[in-house]
Design a protein around this ligand. Structure first.
Ligand code: AMP
Length: 114
């Protein structure tokens, strides 16, 4: 989608601090980090929200979690622990309507979230 910032980042039309990329996903550091490690893992295909996922995306979601684990190891937060979060729609806290997963770690994360 031409007016989507995460599509622009995925297409390298907009700068970002990329930590991982393959044919299906791109991962980059969040502009407003909520933890010492805060990375967004984003499918390159424009999917607006979790509600738009279909059975054809099952492999993609598994892949995203695999990438999250690999990045957590590389960022040295795997052993201490980390969180993978997807916000869906307004009350879920979603502000960018291109599916993404937050990888957070490097500090004690509170539960339940606010
Ligand atoms: P959400 O609120 O779950 O939709 O998450 C959107 C996230 O994208 C927020 O944590 C923002 O800080 C982050 N964000 C927005 N624009 C950019 C950008 N250009 N580069 C990196 N992170 C961004």
């Amino acid at each position: 989608m031409s007016d989507c910032i995460f599509c622009k980042i995925a297409n390298h039309e907009m700068d970002s601090d990329i930590v991982y990329e393959d044919g299906k996903v791109i991962a980059f550091r969040d502009l407003e980090p909520q933890a010492p490690v805060h990375i967004l893992i984003v499918p390159k295909e424009h999917i607006a929200t979790t509600l738009d996922l279909t059975e054809k995306d099952n492999e993609l979601i598994g892949h995203i979690y695999q990438v999250a684990s690999e990045i957590a190891e590389e960022e040295d937060i795997a052993e201490d622990g980390f969180r993978v979060v997807n916000n869906c729609n307004e009350s879920g806290g979603q502000t960018v309507f291109h599916l993404h997963f937050h990888l957070l770690g490097g500090r004690n994360l509170q539960w339940p979230p606010g």
